[in-house]
Design a protein around this ligand. Sequence first.
Ligand code: ATP
Ligand code: MG
Length: 450
Amino acid sequence: MVTESQIKIPQDVHSLIEILNVHGFEAYTVGGCVRDSLLGRVPEDWDIATNAKPEAVKGLFDKTVDTGIRHGTVTVLFKDASYEITTYRIDGEYTDSRHPQWVLYTDSLESDLSRRDFTINAMAYHPSLGLVDPFHGRLALDKQMIAAVGNPGSRFQEDALRMLRAVRFSAQLGFDIETKTFQAIRNNSEGIRQISCERVRDELTKLLLSPNPMKWTLLRDAGILHHIMPEFDACYETPQNHPYHVHDVAFHTLYAVSQVEKDRILCWAMLLHDIGKPTVRTTDRHQIDHFYNHQAHSVMLARNILKRLRFDAKSMEKICRLIKHHDLRIKPELRSVKKAVIYAGDDIFLDLLKIMEADMKAQNPRFLHERLDSLMQIRKLYAQIKHEGHCLSIKDLALNGDDLLRLGVKPGKAVGKMLDELLKAVLENPELNNSAALSALVHKQNWSKA
Ligand code: ATP
Ligand code: MG
C-alpha cells in the first residue's frame, strides 16, 4: 500500500485544483482516483469535488460541457483532456432505488463523502491538505474490505445498483465484502429488478473482465443472480459426472472465464457456453451424465439473456456463434482445420481456439496436456492456411454472385446454393479457385439440374 505522501497527482489536476483554490473555493480529488492511488494503481480518471457551484466552475474555465449539470457535474476540457468537477452535494430522497428525486448542494465535503457508496470510495485528497477520510476508507483498504458508508440496508434501498457495484469492486480489487454490508445485500437483493438492464450488463461485464471473475458466485450467495440471470443459477445445481469433467457446470464455467483472455466478447461467450446444460442433462445407467446438443440450447438461452441485457446485434451474433461451435471437433490436420474455419467463420476462428483452450483448462486436467498439444498444432495449421492464402469463405472465391447470374444461374436462392457448392469444391481441391475452372463447374451443375 502506498502512503498518503506518495500520491502523485498529475500536473493538470494540480493546476485545476489551484485555479479553484485561488478563487476562494475548496477543491479535492475524490472517489476512485484516491482509492486507486492509495492502492498504488494508476487511476483511469481524476474526479474533482468542490464547494464552487456549477455556474462558478463554468466561469473559471474556457471550455466546459454541461454533461451532468443536473447533478452538479461540469466537464472541464483542459489541455487536451477532460475532467469532471462536481459540486459538493447530498442526494435527496430515492423513490425508485435508482435516482435521487433531487440533489442539494452543500458546503461540507464530509456531507458529500457521506452520500458515496463504499468507505473505500469516500475519501478525498488535496496535495497540501492531505487525506480527508471521515469513514475510515484507508483502514478498509488495509483490511481489504468493502463496507457501505452509513447504514448498508438504507444505502441499498436508495440505490440498488450499489449491490452489484459491491460485488464488482470485490472482484476488481480481490476484497471481501464486510459482513453487515453483505447481509444487507441479501436482504435487499430483489431491488436489483428496478435497475436498468444496461447498467446491470455494464457492471457484470466489469466483473467478468476483472482479475477475479469467480467472485461471480457472490451474486448467487447474495440472492441477486436469481433475479438477473436465473438460467445461470441452475448451473450451480448441475453436476457433471463424466470422465472429462471434475466440476459442476457453474464452477467449470467460471473457472473457464478466469482462464480466457480479458476481452468482453470472449468473457461473455465463456460465461454462457454451457448455460444450456442444466436443461439437457441426462444420466445413464452407469451414472454418467450426458449433455446432448447442449450447444444449441446454450445458444438459445444466451440469445434470450443477451437480448434482455440489451447487447448490440453484432456482439450478440459473435458471442452466439462462439457458443455454437465451442465443442467443434477439429483434428490437427489441414483439411479438418480448413473445414472448421469455413464452418465456424474465419472472422472468429482464433477467438474460438481461445475459448476452446480456456474450456479445456477448466476440465479434467488428466487430458489437458494432450489436448493443448493438439490445439497448438491446429494454430500452426491455421497460420499456414492464412499464409498460403487458401480460399476460406465465399468472398475468397474467384467468382461472385453477379458472375453466376451472367453464367445463367437463376436469381434468388440458387445463387447462394451454387456459391456454397463451389466453396465445397474448392475446399477439396484448391486449384479449382480460378474463374475458368469454376465457370466449368457452374455449367456442369446447371446442366445436371436442367
Ligand atoms: P471505476 O471508475 O474504476 O469504475 P469509481 O470508484 O471511480 O470506479 P465511478 O462509477 O466512476 O466509480 O464513480 C466515482 C465515485 O462516485 C465513486 O468512487 C463513488 O464515490 C461515487 N459513486 C459512484 N456511483 C455511486 C453510487 N451508485 N452510489 C453512491 N456513490 C457512487
Ligand atoms: Mg471512475
